[in-house]
Write a protein that binds this ligand. Sequence first.
Ligand SMILES: NC(=O)c1ccc[n+]([C@@H]2O[C@H](COP(=O)([O-])OP(=O)(O)OC[C@H]3O[C@@H](n4cnc5c(N)ncnc54)[C@H](O)[C@@H]3O)[C@@H](O)[C@H]2O)c1
Ligand SMILES: O=c1ccn([C@@H]2O[C@H](COP(=O)(O)OP(=O)(O)O[C@H]3O[C@H](CO)[C@H](O)[C@H](O)[C@H]3O)[C@@H](O)[C@H]2O)c(=O)[nH]1
Length: 332
Amino acid sequence: MRLLVTGGAGYVGSVCATVLLERGHEVVVVDDLSTGNADAVPTGTEFVEGDVAAVAASVLGDGSTEPRFDGVLHFAAQSLVGESVVAPEKYWRGNVVTTIELLEAIRVSRTPRLVFSSTAATYGEPERSPITETDPTRPTNPYGATKLAIDHAITSYANAYGLAATSLRYFNVAGAYRGAGENRVVETHLIPLVLQVALGQRDKISVFGTDWPTEDGTAVRDYIHVLDLAEAHLLALEAATAGTHSIYNLGSGAGFSVREVISACQRVTGLPIAVVDAPRRAGDPAVLIASSERAIADLGWRPQHTDLDEIVADAWEFLQQLGDRSHAAHRG
Ligand SMILES: NC(=O)c1ccc[n+]([C@@H]2O[C@H](COP(=O)([O-])OP(=O)(O)OC[C@H]3O[C@@H](n4cnc5c(N)ncnc54)[C@H](O)[C@@H]3O)[C@@H](O)[C@H]2O)c1
Ligand SMILES: O=c1ccn([C@@H]2O[C@H](COP(=O)(O)OP(=O)(O)O[C@H]3O[C@H](CO)[C@H](O)[C@H](O)[C@H]3O)[C@@H](O)[C@H]2O)c(=O)[nH]1
């Protein structure tokens, strides 16, 4: 297939673009480099630097010819939960307005397929665990609210215009694949932060909350290997059905506490990691674990890399080989 990947200079988008190329697909990346890195765009893709809202129409075409693309994988987004609380306009504009522009370009160009990066944050504080797709969606921050709004917009485009659409609700993505991984200027995610402490790029890791109602008192998350996530995108493209919007949770199905993640990082790196207890982070749920039964049943998806040490080891290898290209190495 010929595919448009938005956000292909970012973490998940660059890994997925790498896997799409390996499977023989043709890939065009659009990214404005607002949080991504030009050197993360995989070799072999065509790279258009620009804002999705501004360039989607010209890249996808005006519909006067056969569609130029078989599908769009839409990863581009603003995705810092904390920032979304203090600067919501950046999220409503950057996520919702941008995606409406993209949906319009998809409609006009008659592009048949869309796979969208949704999130566990659409559910908010869960009533039960594991979370299924039929559970209530009550996001507790603007980031999750914008992603949920986009999910609703996609449903209406699928119903009205026959778009074959899939929203993949990722839980906590981690790990790396073939030189593609997490390298952000502003890093807030647990695994890269802990590994940066091991590398000496940070002094310590703060554990946000030690009084959660969990076994060791720290928050529990479902970490999914980014390569398993990429496989789900390929399956979603294949399974896409015109006029249908399917929503799938994607996680490994197991929960690990913050302390368990830090222990895994210590085991994998063999290095000391300074840890301090800190207050809870606003808006954090205690436990987020996915039921991925629907993706397993409908898509035939099987997460292969569910071992926490393997996920951490792949992230560690990536971080070590980043060397001077690492943003964390240049923090002032
Ligand atoms: N990483 C996770 O754990 C996680 C979990 C759930 C959902 N998601 C979603 O997955 C997607 C990818 O996340 P990530 O961790 O790779 O983020 P990222 O910040 O590494 O990548 C996002 C990319 O999109 C680009 N971008 C943002 N707005 C753009 C715009 N308007 N036009 C063009 N490019 C734009 C950025 O420059 C960046 O390269 C996001 O939609 C995010 O909300 C991520
Ligand atoms: O320095 C840190 C960073 C994180 N944590 C804790 O580690 C866990 C994981 O935190 P991350 O920031 O790595 O991930 P989140 O669970 O907050 O967020 C992830 O899942 C969300 C869904 O709820 C969104 O999709 C978001 O994009 C995605 O990164 C949380 O309990 C958090 O409080 C710490 O203790 N210390």
